[in-house]
Design a protein around this ligand. Structure first.
Ligand SMILES: Cc1ncc(COP(=O)(O)O)c(C=O)c1O
Length: 359
């Protein structure tokens, strides 16, 4: 019998949402909608689909381990050197690479709660210690996070915007925080929802990169680009940091189809603008309906909305919505997170919500 060590045994596993087909079968319903994983409901750019179909012919070959074409195009667009970018099998993999590279057993990582659950799982798997700092009014409490640094702190995670609350930290908050970060600490600024942000107060993390600070900015093709199923994301950081991370990276970590589809997506600004516009319209619709139902929500800078229940419990609401063919994500006792969907999906969610409330 083989046993996992205690730090692995005690990891709370990530529970993926139910597949739509399975829900429909269980409930004996059709036309269920999934508003649970912050995916882009419109889908990828048609240019990406065309490119990936073309890429199928070459899947007998290993992918380009350097992501050469994507790297060079992205570097030009971001105004950085190609060596300042690292690609991953989703930005999730880059989180893992950062932890495996810079955090040793017993070292500490600081993160907020609730925030993206993957940070703490990966730190724990690496034998590190999670230092959890609660959100303040649904936003990262950067002052408190800076105050928790010790000589053991190796990484600080900031999701900006945050998942699940959809909130941002502002320029001035981030500026003040960056001044306080001690030498030897890597600040990971996770910007998975960066392209959805509309606030003029949003912190420009590239400024900290240009100042030569030890930061790793994470972006992804999973969200606004609609390529979640292909798994591709990237990090922007100093070349010297990437040199170390490359030592633990698998040589062919990003598949060839993802590279081609991501490359093609970059040239379709119109598709991106359309996705953003539909998201904004969905957001307005949901705000209006939630307000009319007297439900509290947190204004979002992303493609999902965090709803805080005044009464009842999130699990019950989640199960009630499931019975009406809508999959959302229960987050805590009183909170649910809803991905903004297509207009008809948002409408179905609101109708299901009304039915559950009247049951
Ligand atoms: C804050 C945050 N970071 C990272 C990710 C992971 O994205 P990827 O699909 O690129 O691994 C997600 C996905 O839900 C997220 O919400």
């Amino acid at each position: 019998m083989i046993y996992a060590p205690a730090h692995i045994k005690t990891i709370k596993p990530y529970i993926p949402g139910k597949p739509i087909g399975e829900l429909e079968r269980e409930m004996g319903i059709a036309g269920a909608v999934k508003l649970a994983s912050n995916e882009n409901p419109i889908g990828p750019s048609p240019l990406a689909i065309k490119a990936l179909k073309g890429a199928l012919r070459d899947i007998n070959r290993y992918p380009d381990g350097s992501c050469y074409y994507l790297r060079n195009t992205l570097a030009q667009r971001l105004g950085v050197q190609p060596e300042d970018i690292i690609f991953g099998n989703g930005s999730n993999e880059i989180i893992e690479l950062a932890v495996r590279t810079f955090l040793g057993s017993g070292d500490e990582a600081i993160m907020a709660e609730p925030s993206f659950v993957v940070y703490s799982m990966i730190v724990q798997a690496a034998g590190g210690k999670n230092i959890i700092v609660p959100l303040k009014e649904c936003r990262h409490d950067l002052d408190a996070m800076a105050s928790h640094t010790t000589e053991k702190t190796k990484i600080i995670f900031i999701a900006n915007p945050n998942n699940p609350t959809g909130t941002i930290n502002t320029k001035s908050e981030m500026d003040a925080f960056m001044q306080r970060v001690p030498d030897g600490v890597l600040v990971v600024i996770d910007e998975a929802y960066y392209e959805y942000v509309t606030s003029s107060e949003y912190a420009d993390s590239m400024k900290y990169f240009r100042e030569g600070r030890d930061i790793l900015i994470l972006r992804t093709f999973s969200k606004i680009y609609g390529l979640a199923g292909l798994r591709i994301g990237y990090g922007i950081t100093k070349a010297s940091i990437i040199t170390e991370m490359n030592k633990v990276r698998q040589p062919f970590n990003v598949n060839s189809i993802a590279q081609k589809a991501a490359f093609a997506s970059l040239s379709d600004e119109r598709h991106l603008a359309r996705v953003k516009k539909i998201n904004e319209q969905g957001k307005k619709y949901l705000y209006k309906k939630l307000k009319a139902m007297r439900l509290d929500y947190v204004p979002t800078e992303t493609n999902f909305i965090y709803v805080i229940l005044k009464e009842g419990n999130a699990r019950q609401l989640y199960e009630g919505l499931l019975r009406h063919g809508v999959i959302v994500r229960p987050m805590g006792q009183q909170e649910i997170r809803i991905t903004i969907g297509l207009p008809e999906e948002n409408k179905k969610f609101i109708e299901a919500l009304k039915k559950v409330n009247s049951e």
